[in-house]
Design a protein around this ligand. Structure first.
Ligand SMILES: *Cc1c(COP(=O)(O)O)cnc(C)c1O
Length: 435
């Protein structure tokens, strides 16, 4: 344990971490279900699905077994000029589950690459047809990953000031963040849609695509919008001939209560990005799925119409095996029951939390619940209260990682209601224990 930390301090660079002030990371020895087992003998309840990736609990035997079996047969193969059973089966099953003619699957390795692929496909789709559509649209607070294209799309999330000069310009429209019982939701949506209408009036013919996180903006603080808003956006884009990219990297595979957020909104996007829960959180893998007409625009006799993009680990067979095993679990009837139970438990405990002073904007979408803690007017990602809350929860054996002053719960689907109660009890204790 001590040597792990000593070498970690000496050699490891952790993501989204200011090492000088963060304190030591917690060495994890193993994990089962919703619980992480620390090297120090302590347990930590994983209430954020290990950064939103885990769906069915840690070390789930069905997924672990599928990966192990696949590793003995075919661990990796070049995906240009070759194909394999697992990739074909993943593509076939995703196409059947996604709405409309979202039929064509491009594989990559993480959420950011799935977004890069979507942005590049949208750009080349117009280029291939000789149309000069080069502008992109997004919503303020949208986060789409940390590669340069994904940062451009998510520039308003506020993390990327050092790279401002490297980013291409993306117009960020106002986002109608809402909560349960919000009296002004319609006014805020009208304001956003009016901004979209104005943009389309001036740039409807030179805009390539709009990218958005449907129903929940994750990284900027679990900011939620209504399904009606997503469908209103989709209708306007369709009328203007602008492509819609839905970034469902976080919202996919049951997170919002439906298999995909787009199903809840009744929308078929032109492109959809999936990663995080794709493999149940076991393997780094992602897909970008597009509609048939988009794929058609890349067919030609000459090579230069092809999509010249690929990653070493495209459609990695271990990732495909994990995906197939995770899909079986996601579609099992007991998961549907679990999703409904988590959502109703969230709503019950949120109603209680919402009555406490210092708790604002309570919100629930499917398995995701969030509040803003507004005790001293300190808000935003860097809010000091975030670090204070994190330490409070860690001491109690709870992995909760507030985004600034936003506390959220995004659990694996195997979580027990008593485990959820432990988290809510601790949040109540923190909020009521403040001076
Ligand atoms: C996490 C996330 C990404 C980036 O995924 P990585 O795997 O971290 O690169 C992109 N979009 C959304 C909505 C995300 O939540």
């Amino acid at each position: 344990m001590d040597s792990i930390l000593a070498f970690d301090r000496r050699h490891v660079w952790h993501p989204f971490t200011q090492a000088r002030t963060a304190g030591d990371p917690i060495p994890v020895r193993a994990a089962t279900g919703a619980v992480l087992h620390g090297e120090d003998g302590r347990d930590y309840l994983d209430l954020i699905s290990s950064w939103w990736v885990n769906l069915h609990g840690h070390a789930h035997p069905a997924i672990a077994g599928a990966i192990a079996a696949q590793a003995h047969v075919l661990e990796q193969v070049i995906f240009a000029g070759f194909t394999h059973r697992g990739a074909v089966e993943v593509a076939r099953r995703l196409a059947a589950l996604l709405p409309g003619d979202l039929n064509r699957v491009f594989f990559s390795d993480n959420g950011s690459t799935s977004v890069e692929v979507a942005l590049k496909l949208a750009a080349q789709y117009w280029y291939n047809q000789g149309q000069n559509r080069t502008r992109f649209l997004a919503f303020d607070g949208g986060y789409h990953g940390d590669t340069v294209g994904a940062m451009s799309a998510g520039h308003s999330s506020g993390f990327f000031a050092p790279f401002a000069g490297m980013l291409f310009s993306v117009e960020a429209l106002p986002y109608p963040a809402t909560w349960d019982g919000d009296p002004e939701v319609e006014a805020r949506e009208s304001h956003s849609l009016a901004a979209l209408d104005r943009w389309l009036e001036h740039h409807g013919t030179d805009t390539a695509a709009l990218i958005m996180e449907p129903l929940i903006q994750g990284a900027s603080g679990m900011r939620m919008c209504r399904p009606e808003f997503v469908s209103a956006v989709a209708n306007r884009l369709q009328a203007a001939g602008v492509l819609l990219i839905l970034d469902e990297v976080m919202t996919g595979f049951g997170r919002t209560g439906a298999l995909f957020a787009c199903l809840k909104a009744g929308v078929t996007p032109d492109l959809i990005c999936l990663s995080k829960g794709l493999t149940g959180g076991f393997m780094p893998m992602a897909v970008t799925v597009c509609r048939d007409p988009l794929y058609e625009a890349f067919q030609a006799d000459e090579f230069d119409k092809a999509f010249a993009h690929g990653h070493s680990f495209t459609a990695n067979p271990l990732g495909c095996a994990a995906t197939l095993a995770s899909l079986d679990l996601t579609l099992a009837p007991q998961t549907t029951v679990a999703l409904a139970n988590i959502e109703s438990h969230h709503r019950e405990r949120m109603a209680r939390l919402a009555r406490l002073p210092g708790v604002a904007r309570p919100r629930v979408t499917g398995t995701v619940a969030a509040i803003d803690v507004v005790l001293d007017g300190d808000e935003g990602y860097g809010a000091a209260i975030g670090a204070k809350m994190r330490a409070f929860f860690t001491e109690r054996g709870l992995l909760l990682r507030p985004l600034g002053n936003v506390v959220y719960i995004l659990p694996p689907y195997c979580i027990a209601m008593e485990q959820l109660d432990r988290a809510y009890d601790a949040i109540e204790a923190f909020v009521t224990g403040q001076p």
